[in-house]
Design a protein around this ligand. Sequence first.
Ligand code: NAP
Length: 492
Amino acid sequence: MPVTEKIELQDPTLLRDSLFIAGEWTPSSDDSRTVVTNPATGQVIAEVSMATAEDVQRAINFADSAFKSWAQMTAIARAKIMRNWFQLTLDNVEDLARILTSEQGKPLAEARAEIIYGAGFIEWYAEEGKRLYGETIPTNVVGRRLLTIRQPIGVTAAITPWNFPMAMIARKAGPALAAGCPMIIKPATDTPLSALAMAVLAERAGVPKGILSVIVGNPKIIGGKITSSSVIRALSFTGSTEVGKKLMADCAGTVKKVAMELGGNAPLIVFDDADIELAVNGVIASKFRNSGQTCVCANRILVQSSIHNEFIEALINAVAQLKVGNGLNDDTSQGPLINEMAIDKVHAHVEDALSGGGKLILGGKRASIGGTFYEPTIITNVNEDMLVSREETFGPLAGVIKFETEEEAIRIANATPFGLAAYFFTSDLGRTWRVGEALEAGVIGINTGLISYEGAPFGGIKESGVGREGSLHGIDEFLEIKYLCIDGLTEK
Ligand code: NAP
């Protein structure tokens, strides 16, 4: 299918449609291609090469041969290259944001914020790479000394989703490269252009051939090659829990280290002592950002009964101001959903809630502009049995559950197999600690709906994942601890 919509860029060379393997831009070995569309217009914006199993193997082989020299470089030398990459990313933020919005749909302001957020991981880990300290251990035997060093794990792979096409890559490639590991990246097939643009900038920054590869293609073929490869020693995956479980099982064959950032079902609790305006802002930020398509989106909004009506009124006012439209328009705050399946899922959750006694307050249908746009929606009178409470909606639907006591709120919040993010709003210091400690999630936002920062650890518990991204902990996913026991030392 020919390209029918051009992405206007200051630097058109950022837009690539081939694979990046062994430091070369190359079509796939059988010349197969996939079409990338703009979800806001349905127009074709690129036709990108689809890797074959042989292409994946070539990327693995080359990464393997490039590993040693990258690992042996000083962390200072690696950091210099990574800082170039960080700076080039910032220098190209406008173009990168246009590419991101065109393939993913989010408003340009959110796309810019994602690029800057993602770049932060490259910068942060460029520096952290210099601090990969080992330790000395007091000896247990005279004439013996004990110490540890931390070494790069080897060739690594990343499989990433479409909802944050740039940041989910930077969160993995930043620490992997800083640790001294090559990384092979498989971006989501719906949104490969941001990943390819990041590879252009990595190449310009001086990342050596084979240290970063981007292979677009059939997930089963690429996933199969990655999980079964004994060369690849770690897989970092962000995506659905269902696929994550399968990849974990498949990695068992080669006993790979896995880092899994999976689905969520975040509760957001508004207690009766909360600042209502702050809580409403928190819901807008955490529920409606990226049109509700983030893994940390508030999926269940719990409001204490005594402030329920006041809160809903304030929420209606705020949600009614959200403007649905093409993300490339300056005034848009709600872009399209990624595809028809996403629309169907949101609508199924709406219908299920309404048939179970939910009360429609706002929205509840496709937006009048057509396409894959859905009206920002509020439903009250939601209960725990409804789909919107049990499953990640991944769309602009705020389902509100009324509760009476703190104990009840905590019980409802924790009644899910997921445990990625949770939020609550309160002005009571004792409650801040009690609830913060009681909620079963890896990331807790207190009096805020925005929690992500490269210097803080991000990740889930229960079926939301294994491992952490960001902070001093995120680099551990790409390192091995080696214990050196030196004996035969003469004591004088
Ligand atoms: P997904 O369907 O699991 O896809 C994620 C990635 O896995 C894509 O690159 C996909 O490739 C690939 N994939 C799918 N099936 C595969 C297989 N059998 N083997 C190997 N790779 C496979 O998830 P999604 O729909 O893109 O993303 C939404 C989900 O991601 C939500 O559940 C969300 O909560 C979660 N998420 C979690 C975090 C976090 O940090 N915890 C962050 C963002 C998103 P194709 O694109 O080619 O299908």
